[in-house]
Design a protein around this ligand. Sequence first.
Ligand code: ADP
Length: 327
Amino acid sequence: MGTTIKCIGILTSGGDAPGMNAAIRAVTRAAIYNGLSVKGIYRGYKGLVTGEIKEFKSQNVSNIIQQGGTILKTARCKEFMTPEGRQLAYDNMKKEGIDALVVIGGDGSLSGARIFAQEFDVPCIGLPGTIDNDLYGTDTTIGYDTALNTIIDAVDKIRDTATSHERLFFVEVMGRDAGFLALNGAIASGAEAAIIPEDSTDVDQLEEFIKNGFRKSKSSSIVLVAESGKTGGAMHYAERVKNEYPQYDVRVTILGHLQRGGSPTAHDRILASRLGAAAIDAIMEGQRNVMVGIENDQVVYVPFAKAIKNDKPINRELVNVLRELSI
Ligand code: ADP
């Protein structure tokens, strides 16, 4: 299949993630390499609705591969949730001569791209940019590895003080209803347990953790808790311990937004570069309305409907590894 596409627009939307800049760079350079022109759209869908759009040359994306955040800025845009807002976005796209869109973002951003593509018959390609790793059809997402590394760095430091005072720490990490950061962060930092939304309905995770005799051979304990309405968050568990197990000296650390920042790891830079180049391959092949993902080290194209609608399952083997290794 060939393509009549001459100009692509690129935007970052929703929660920012380290590696988004590497993805912007890759999409821009791969597009120019393939003879396409590129327009950068600022502040996500907001910039499309208001016409905040600028032509991008190769040098516009120089010296950004190592930077966290996104040079295109990001935003949440209520107007784009309405048909009138999307009509304005489409009119601006046409005015700017943009034939196709590359959207870098999470679940919400790709949902927006899907609706926009359906309504206006615009080719859209999505790149999974989120620290939460919660998109189906890709093994990892851009920003996830960097966030994991930030978490283990923080937990290593908390461990020093936790050990000195013989305390039980609940460390809250991001995840938005997905336990990937909590579970893998716990394995990688040698934490004693992870409380994840995926298991919140089946078992009382705190009771299980205490029952397993978490202090048999240890002078401190760290539990990673995924921030989620389903788990109740770290404060909830600290309160419970204070009431139900008052013998423990308990503390809470909420890592918050520091998990979103920082220079992307090699893994995220390479992932973003591969997916960005593959997004342009997809456009050149005439593909549309797919998210570019990675599975078993191979680039895959996942229809938006599949990537958005399905919940990505936690690997149960990792839950067992954490349990076995935290005795
Ligand atoms: P993320 O991409 O990180 O999941 P959000 O869920 O906040 O972030 O979505 C980012 C933006 O994508 C929203 O502010 C909105 O502009 C757009 N969007 C999300 N869901 C939809 C939808 N169902 N229809 C249209 N636009 C949407």
